[in-house]
Design a binder for this molecule. Structure first.
Ligand SMILES: [Zn+2]
Length: 317
């Protein structure tokens, strides 16, 4: 390329673009991919007119739908749906391919992004994520017709994948979901909000008991207090919806204050449930649960081991 000279870039159309409709604007969007260094060109269309009619036609069926980006499924709905269940297998295949090309490049002292094969593999992974996320969210919105979507602060990572792949899907997944959410807002007036992810995987969505040990494995959640068992990601999605209803866990609240609020609300509920029968199981899981430091102090003091100077009497319910 010579500076000042014009270049011609052929633009390919795709089904998504054709379906989108709207009026073509006099401008082209050029973006550089940070991972692969590839340039991409896109035409810009004004869909304002189309959106007005689709927004007017959209009839919500429920107030909101909560979604979790989980460890084993990537996606879970508060209605128990797990639309991303098979994603991890496919991501692992991408991971192996991308990691092996990157290693090969590094062995020869070259940067991964200098390899065309590497750039192609990353671009193909991105396309796959865009398609998958788009399909899942479209299907959810079409089936559930929510007024709002509630999500955790987007954390698109999985311990079963390499650091490199996690970095790629984290950046790309976030961008894809944000774009999709903006599109929903334009087209259907669906709003979206993010809640704090603190303790959504450790809290029981049935009784509100917080305990790290509630999470038995990556996919199983069994509450030590009430015994409820369900898919860990579905439990998290339900918590996300409940956090919103309880108006705690704003995206900027500290982890400690979210925990303090969860523990306080659990204690309040427990007072009520004890009066109406309560829990019959043997050992109290709170006595060995660091989240319930207060109860631990009480137990310790009662057995005469230590004196707890910060004991708050109102916790003796
Ligand atoms: Zn429970």
């Amino acid at each position: 390329m010579i500076r000042g000279n014009k270049i011609a870039v052929p633009l390919l159309t795709c089904e998504r673009h054709e379906k989108r409709g709207g009026r073509l604007c006099n401008g082209v969007l050029v973006t550089e991919d940070r991972e692969s260094g590839a340039l991409s060109f896109g035409v810009v269309s004004d869909i304002g007119k189309d959106c007005e009619s689709s927004r007017a036609a959209y009839q919500p069926d429920r107030a909101f739908m909560a979604l979790d980006f989980g460890l084993s499924t990537l996606f879970a709905g508060d209605d128990g749906s797990l639309p991303g269940k098979d994603w991890l297998r496919a991501l692992r295949v991408y991971d192996q391919r991308i990691t092996s090309i990157a290693r090969g490049q590094q062995r020869h002292g070259r940067k991964p992004r200098d390899s065309a094969r590497y750039r192609e593999a990353v671009a193909s992974l991105r396309g796959w994520i865009r398609t998958k996320v788009g399909r899942v969210l479209n299907a959810l919105v079409a089936a559930k017709r929510p007024t709002a979507l509630v999500l955790e602060r987007l954390n698109f990572q999985n311990p079963a994948l390499s650091r490199r792949l996690n970095r790629i899907i984290q950046n790309c997944g976030r961008a894809v979901i944000r774009a999709k959410l903006a599109d929903f807002q334009d087209r259907f007036g669906i709003t979206s909000e993010e809640v704090n992810p603190a303790y959504t995987s450790q809290t029981c969505s049935c009784c509100g008991y917080v305990d790290k040990r509630n999470r038995r494995s990556q996919s199983t959640f069994t509450c030590l207090w009430c015994g409820s068992t369900m898919h860990a990601d579905v439990n998290a999605a339900r918590n996300i919806g409940q956090l919103r209803a309880l108006s705690i866990g704003s995206a900027f609240q500290s982890k400690a204050s979210v925990l303090a609020e969860l523990v306080r609300q659990f204690r309040e509920r427990r007072v009520r449930s004890t009066r109406s029968g309560g829990r019959s199981s043997t050992a109290d899981p709170r006595s060995t649960n660091p989240c319930f430091g207060g109860e631990q102090a009480i137990t310790a003091r009662m057995s005469g081991q230590t004196k707890a100077p910060n004991l708050v009497l109102s916790t003796l319910t």
